[in-house]
Design a protein around this ligand. Structure first.
Ligand code: HEC
Length: 164
């Protein structure tokens, strides 16, 4: 109800998300641009929404109080923090903070909030960006970024993101 998903599942938090990002994703579900393996669940949900209804759900969820962070594994969090703020210069990967912000709150209108996002969801999205199953907007930025990451680094980043 408040846009905070249950722990341990595959579903993302929506509370406090950048409104323009939510709007774009709902359009991408309606038009099937977002076609990663989990997206069809949302195709059916988004299909009947009118533009006015979309505006209202976007306004509702983006104005809910964001999730609070939780540390599950301090070692993973520490490694993820280094990647988030430092990037991987040797692999020409910019730091995540450049777009998602030093506080992980995102940068409207393009860059989504990450802070407190569920680990499974983050791992799935980075894995789908890496494989190309999720097509990223903005010149495929996230496909490029994720192509630089190993599965272990993806797990570390997910732990750090969940901790904030
Ligand atoms: C140059 C800018 C840029 C950088 C650097 C960047 N991102 Fe992104 N990220 C984006 C954009 C833009 C999107 C939205 C993609 C879309 O709309 O398809 C996004 C989306 C995401 C998503 C999906 C969010 C959701 O709710 O589905 C995750 C997770 C993510 N980024 C994690 C990261 C991580 C981790 C890093 C660092 C390793 C990173 N990003 C670096 C621009 C960036």
């Amino acid at each position: 109800m408040q846009g905070i998903a249950a722990d341990g599942g595959m579903f993302p938090n929506l509370a406090g998300q950048v409104p323009q990002y939510l709007l774009r994703q709902l359009h991408h579900f309606q038009t099937h641009v977002r076609a990663d393996p989990d997206a069809p669940i949302m195709w059916g949900m988004a299909a009947p929404l009118t533009p006015a209804q979309i505006s209202r759900v976007v306004e509702y969820f983006s104005s809910q109080k964001p999730a609070t962070g939780h540390v599950y594994d301090p070692k993973l969090v520490a490694e993820g923090r280094k990647l988030y703020y430092g990037g991987l210069p040797a692999k020409q990967m910019p730091a995540c903070m450049a777009c998602h912000g030093t506080g992980l709150a995102g940068l409207p209108p393009f860059f989504p909030r990450l802070a407190g996002q569920k680990r499974t969801y983050v791992i799935n999205q980075l894995t789908y960006f890496k494989s190309g199953q999720r097509v990223a907007t903005h010149k495929g930025i996230m496909n490029y970024i994720a192509s630089r990451l190993t599965p272990q680094q993806i797990t570390e980043l997910a732990a750090f993101i969940r901790s904030r």
